[in-house]
Structures are given as structure tokens and as C-alpha cells.
Design a protein around this ligand. Structure first.
Ligand SMILES: Nc1nc2c(ncn2[C@@H]2O[C@H](COP(=O)(O)OP(=O)(O)OP(=O)(O)O)[C@@H](O)[C@H]2O)c(=O)[nH]1
Ligand SMILES: [Mg+2]
Length: 362
């Protein structure tokens, strides 16, 4: 059976149908055009935005690439620096540091008793050609006592993260003065400065070492007026006061009777202990001004021969040096080191019995 429209045309050829289809097509086309147009506009905007974004991203990528390259260069440089630092660190760790400890020593005594000769025995014992001249101004020399490795590591000063081996170098700083009374002001000044320095450096109540020298021949010839004036000079009076107010501490008083060779020639019948006794008896009263400045156990005495013209016969220099170093070795290295290094190398202590034990100030 067939559906026929009016005038016998097929149903799909009827005007109504055609019109409806056309309308629908036109509507669809229009819709598509509008949709396309709207979409195109949006896409175009989107495209513009994305193009911008892309450009921005490219810029950003370029910047990041630049930063990456710069960082890579930095990393390369820092890797080299790190390697250098590790090398330096290794070198410093293995190098060790030296801690210097100085014991101040003051050589005191009138003209020509042999102060400079004693110092030269310590400072340049191999030098036989230097003739000793009268000292014109204060000077000092550093005399090594001994060096050793400390039993602990210490932080390196330049970088405390680095710990390294420490070596202690113990030395005497020996001050030599002219033997005139006028040089005593300088000696007192040096004693005060050294006392301060010692407290700052070592922090213990160490003090200065005084070496009071005498010309032993005065046992026979009588005490000279120069010797009398020197030991009754301002220095010894003032030292008592400074010790009293704790500005200066005397670590050790070493009394040295020098030129024992000449005294022995004058008194050939006496043995060395007898010569020493004669010296003690003769010179003891000259140390009267130091009574109260120094307690008995700090006093010792010895005979010496320091003539450089006869070095082979020299005597007593190492004993004086050992006594001067004793307090510092004890404080820094301990009593065992004192026993190891200084036993059998000590001065006698006859005079100490004549010093008051408790310091007194008038
Ligand atoms: N025979 C002998 N002569 C000595 C001895 N010690 C020093 N002398 C000599 O004594 C003289 C004076 O010695 P110095 O060491 O200059 O004495 P000083 O105490 O430094 O003298 P000043 O610097 O003037 O205060 C020098 O000619 C030394 O060679 C000694 O033990 N025996
Ligand atoms: Mg001198």
C-alpha cells in the first residue's frame, strides 16, 4: 500500500514536508553557524590566551634554563671549592698547632756579675766568638725548655670545627738589664707587664722568676758599694709592695753565685759545698729587702761559672735553667714531667731556711 499526498505526489514531496525540512536545515545551519561563530570567537580568544601563555611559559622556561645553567656553574664552582676546603681541612687536621707557654725570668744584679754571660750560655751556647759587652739597655731572649705533644686534640683557631693535634712549646722569656740602679725602674715595669701577661696566657697563679746574681769573689774582697746599692735599690723595696697587693707574684727566687772559678782560686782549700756556704753567709743579708715578698720554699741557690772565654769549664747554667722552668713545667705538664726532666738537676736550698715562711709587709 502506498501513501499518496494530494495531487498524487509522494508524501515526502509535499510542500509541507519540504518546507519543514528546509526550515529544519536552515535552522540547523544557522545554529551551526552561530555555534561555530561563537565557538570560533571563544577558540580564538582561547588561542590568543594560550599563545600568550605559551610566550610567557617560553620566557619562564628560558629564565629557568638560565637559572639552571647558572646553578650548574655554581655547583661546579662549589664542588671545586669544597674539594679545596676538604684538602685544606685535611692539611690543617694533620698539621697540628703549637701552643707557646712563656715563663718570664728577670736577670738581676749589679754590673759585671755575669747576667749576660748566663743568658748567652742558654741562648747561644755554641757561639764562642761573641765577646760579652756591658749591657746598655733592657733586652730579652726566648730560651726553649722542651716541646711535647699534648694528649688531646684542640679546635683550630681559623675554623673551630677542625680539631687537630696540639704541641706545647715551653720557653723561658729571659730579660737582661744593665747592672745600674737606674735600670731598676725598667725591671719593675717588665715584672708588672709579665705578671699581667702570664695571668692572661696561662690563667694560673704562676709568677715571675727572679735570678739575683752575685760576684762570688766578693766573699773574699768584701761586698762592693755597687752591690750594696743595687740590692738596697728601689726595685726590691717596690717588689715587696707589689707582691703585697698581688700585682706581682714571685714564682721562684734563684740566687746565683757566679765566678766560682775565681773564688775557688782565691780559696783553694775549700770544697764546693764550703764555698757555697761562704757565699750564703756573705750575701744573705743583701736579700733582706725581699723578705716577705717570697716564701721560703721558693728560694734556692747555686754556684755558677759562666765565663765564655772558658766554656769547657762552665758550670751551673743548666741547673739555673731547670729551676727557672720548674714552676711552669709543673703547671703546664704536671709533676710527672718535673720529675722526669728536672730531678737530679736542682739547686740547693740552704738559704730557704733563712727566709720567713709567711710573707709579711711593713
Ligand atoms: N772568670 C769568670 N768570668 C766571668 C764569669 N761570668 C762572667 N764573666 C766575665 O765577667 C764579665 C762581665 O760579664 P757580663 O755577663 O757582661 O756581666 P753582666 O752582669 O751582664 O754585666 P752588665 O751588662 O754590665 O750589667 C765578662 O768579661 C765575662 O766574661 C765567670 O763565671 N767566671
Ligand atoms: Mg749584661
Amino acid at each position: 500500500m502506498q501513501f499518496l499526498a494530494a495531487e498524487n505526489a509522494p508524501w515526502w514531496r509535499s510542500d509541507e514536508v519540504i518546507g519543514g525540512v528546509a526550515g529544519a536545515v536552515v535552522a540547523a545551519v544557522l545554529t551551526s553557524i552561530i555555534t561555530w561563530s561563537v565557538t570560533k570567537g571563544r577558540l580564538s580568544k582561547e588561542n590568543t590566551r594560550m599563545t600568550k601563555d605559551l610566550a610567557t611559559s617560553k620566557l619562564s622556561a628560558n629564565r629557568l634554563r638560565g637559572q639552571l645553567e647558572s646553578s650548574q656553574r655554581t655547583v661546579t664552582r662549589l664542588t671545586a671549592v669544597e674539594q679545596k676546603y676538604l684538602n685544606v681541612r685535611n692539611a690543617l687536621t694533620n698539621s697540628g698547632v703549637i701552643q707557646h707557654f712563656h715563663q718570664p725570668v728577670l736577670l738581676l744584679g749589679p754590673r759585671a756579675v755575669g747576667k749576660t754571660s748566663l743568658l748567652m750560655q742558654w741562648n747561644a751556647p755554641w757561639e764562642r766568638t761573641i765577646s760579652v759587652q756591658s749591657t746598655r739597655t733592657h733586652n730579652y731572649a726566648t730560651v726553649p725548655v722542651f716541646d711535647y705533644q699534648l694528649p688531646y686534640d684542640v679546635p683550630y683557631a681559623a675554623d673551630p670545627d677542625i680539631r687537630t693535634t696540639a704541641y706545647a712549646h715551653l720557653r723561658l722569656r729571659v730579660h737582661d738589664f744593665p747592672g745600674e740602679v737606674s735600670a731598676q725602674t725598667k725591671a719593675l715595669e717588665v715584672a708588672s707587664q709579665e705578671a699581667l701577661q702570664l695571668r692572661a696566657d696561662i690563667g694560673q697563679n704562676l709568677g715571675v722568676v727572679l735570678i739575683c746574681m752575685f760576684d762570688a769573689v766578693e766573699v773574699v774582697d768584701g761586698i762592693s758599694s755597687e752591690t750594696n746599692q743595687y740590692y738596697n735599690g728601689d726595685l726590691f723595696q717596690r717588689l715587696r709592695i707589689y707582691v703585697g697587693d698581688s700585682s706581682i707574684t714571685i714564682q721562684r727566687l734563684i740566687v746565683v753565685f757566679n765566678k766560682i772559678d775565681l773564688l775557688a782560686k782565691r780559696l783553694p782549700q775549700l770544697s764546693q759545698p764550703e764555698l757555697l756556704d761562704r757565699c750564703v753567709t756573705t750575701f744573705m743579708k743583701l736579700l733582706e729587702p725581699l723578705r716577705g715578698a717570697c716564701s721560703a720554699e721558693k728560694v734556692c741557690e747555686t754556684l755558677t761559672m759562666c765565663d765564655r772565654a772558658n766554656l769547657m769549664a762552665s758550670q751551673g747554667g743548666p741547673v739555673v735553667k731547670g729551676e727557672a722552668a720548674r714552676g711552669m713545667v709543673h703547671a703546664i705538664s704536671g709533676p710527672a714531667k718535673v720529675a722526669e726532666l728536672l730531678n737530679g738537676n736542682s739547686a740547693s736550698t740552704v738559704m730557704s731556711t733563712q727566709f720567713p715562711i709567711v710573707p709579711t709587709l711593713s
